[in-house]
Design a protein around this ligand. Structure first.
Ligand SMILES: Cc1cc2nc3c(=O)[nH]c(=O)nc-3n(C[C@H](O)[C@H](O)[C@H](O)COP(=O)(O)OP(=O)(O)OC[C@H]3O[C@@H](n4cnc5c(N)ncnc54)[C@H](O)[C@@H]3O)c2cc1C
Length: 463
């Protein structure tokens, strides 16, 4: 069981003065001495400068591969992908070749078979190269040890976890190598946060299901060479009202009656464009039902639980990159006769950004470990991690943009892209505050439970 019981945070975490000095004493990196953590999961140190502190040798090796890939294959192209709204299919397949295409899926069908902890480390690293593309990978291959996944990742995992053997054999290997791409279709024009109210209908006719309805803001990946997503996991109503009337159906590209709306113009996540998916008397073989009839909502939600950790991890990577960009900028930008880095308020801002990043990373890795170990509070902890980390990391990106002044608003500066992409993370995978509704059914208990989580974490930390 993962707890924060043995975490040992050393005293300088509390002192902004020490931290700000550490922050500015490095060019791209922050001092590794600012926060020591000691427990059986993260054996030595968790710090801002080196997100590898406390990881096992194997985890460090995985992280290094992901960081190198992010630095060499993603970061140099991230602005171009965003500007051209380009789905980077070659880079995604190169990532899949390294094993990042199906991090959680079983090795038998081409997955990498890693845990949520390694997944979190990978997504944080990849997001430093491009938060939007890292988020896409996390959605495509989502799948976790138990009940927790992220979105595209989600799709591979959903087929791997709930599909029949023939379905697994047919779809998982292609999804793992990203030869085929998948879309997760839950949201509808009138059903977003309240996903169980969806109205897309599926009616049995002979050996087929006939689907009618519309799915919105779906990541449907059209890419050069005429490709588009190959597999659509559609949550649709086969029974009565409510979650138990929903079934998950796999619709293949080219199915009669499967149509698309225009490409949406988005604030964020421009490397994986979104469209409406329109089903008009769309005919699908009955054998394409994933899991049992009526289990669709459960499958969709299980996909989202893990997605929360992955999305939060992508936020960590974007925040780390934003912080480093801000440090580099304030060290060279001069106003009032000195560099911005010489102003104490700027130093305090950086110290706060670093503190939020450290705290978020701890929370996310704690939740990832809880999922890996099937801890009874895994769902709550992953929701708490998503809630806190995506907001904190967006704040970090926002402060980084502020420290760039007007330059931060220019597309030549990457900080605005991290800022936009991280804003989206607060919306996808469900509305932040809904987690509190979902996890603590009695509304009067919600604030108390939230407080309990954080006070337990604080109690476990030995300053
Ligand atoms: C970039 C992007 C990509 C996406 N990709 C996909 C995809 O691939 N597949 C897919 O199925 N969906 C996708 N979505 C949709 C996404 O999952 C939904 O936008 C999200 O679930 C919120 O639903 P909604 O937009 O209908 O907001 P609504 O449900 O209308 O909520 C709007 C706002 O109302 C407030 N609110 C809602 N419920 C409550 C409550 N209970 N208490 C208090 N306040 C509340 C919140 O402020 C919330 O943000 C994507 C969205 C974005 C932005």
């Amino acid at each position: 069981m993962f707890t924060l019981k043995n975490l040992r945070l050393l005293q300088c975490f509390q002192t902004r003065h020490v931290l700000k000095t550490n922050v500015l004493n490095k060019t791209n990196k922050l001092s590794s001495s600012c926060l020591l953590v000691n427990n059986r999961n993260f054996s030595t140190v968790i710090s801002v400068d080196s997100s590898s502190d406390g990881l096992s040798d194997e985890q460090k090796a995985i992280q290094e591969v992901a960081l190198n890939f992010a630095k060499n294959e993603m970061r140099p192209k991230m602005e171009k992908w965003d500007e051209n709204e380009e789905f980077p299919v070659d880079t995604l397949r190169a990532a899949a070749a390294l094993g990042f295409g199906a991090v959680y899926a079983k090795e038998e069908f081409g997955g990498t078979g890693l845990s949520t902890v390694e997944g979190s480390i990978i997504f944080e690293a990849l997001a430093q190269g491009c938060a939007s593309t890292a988020a896409y990978i996390s959605i495509h291959k989502q799948n976790m040890d138990v009940s927790v996944q992220s979105r595209l990742i989600m799709c591979t995992w959903m087929v791997d976890e709930f599909g029949t053997d023939p379905q697994r054999k047919k779809y998982v290997p292609g999804m793992a190598s990203m030869e085929t791409f998948a879309s997760y279709c839950l949201t509808e024009p009138n059903s977003g946060s309240d996903a169980a109210s969806l109205t897309t209908k599926a009616v049995k006719k002979g050996n087929e299901l006939i689907l009618n309805g519309t799915k919105v803001i779906v990541e449907v990946c059209f890419y050069s060479g005429g490709g588009e997503s190959d597999v659509y996991l559609i949550m649709c109503r086969t029974g009565g009202e409510g979650p138990k009337g929903i079934t998950c159906v796999l619709v293949e590209k080219g199915a009669p009656g499967l149509n698309f709306g225009k490409k949406e113009k988005k604030l964020c996540w421009n490397t994986h464009p979104a469209r409406m998916v329109i089903l008009e008397d769309c005919r699908v073989p009955l054998k394409n039902v994933i899991g049992r009839e009526g289990d669709g909502f459960k499958i969709a939600m299980r996909g989202l639980y893990g997605g929360r950790i992955n999305i939060a991890s992508c936020s960590l990577g974007g925040a780390q990159a934003s912080l480093e960009a801000a440090i580099n900028h304030v060290k060279v930008r001069k106003q009032f006769g000195k560099t911005l880095s010489e102003f104490q308020t700027v130093q305090f801002t950086l110290a706060e950004m670093a503190s939020r990043l450290i705290a978020s990373r701890l929370l996310v890795r704690n939740a990832a470990k809880a999922v890996k170990e099937r801890h009874k509070d895994a769902v709550t902890l992953s929701s708490a991690a998503k809630l806190v980390a995506t907001e904190a990391c967006f704040e970090i990106a926002s402060s980084a943009l502020q420290l760039h002044g007007g330059y931060g608003c220019l597309k030549d500066y990457p900080v605005q892209q991290y800022f936009r992409d991280l804003r989206g993370h607060m919306i996808v995978e469900g509305y932040q505050r809904n987690y509190e509704n979902a996890n603590w059914s009695k509304s009067s208990e919600r604030p108390i439970n939230l407080l309990k989580i954080f006070s337990n974490i604080i109690k476990c930390c030995n300053y």
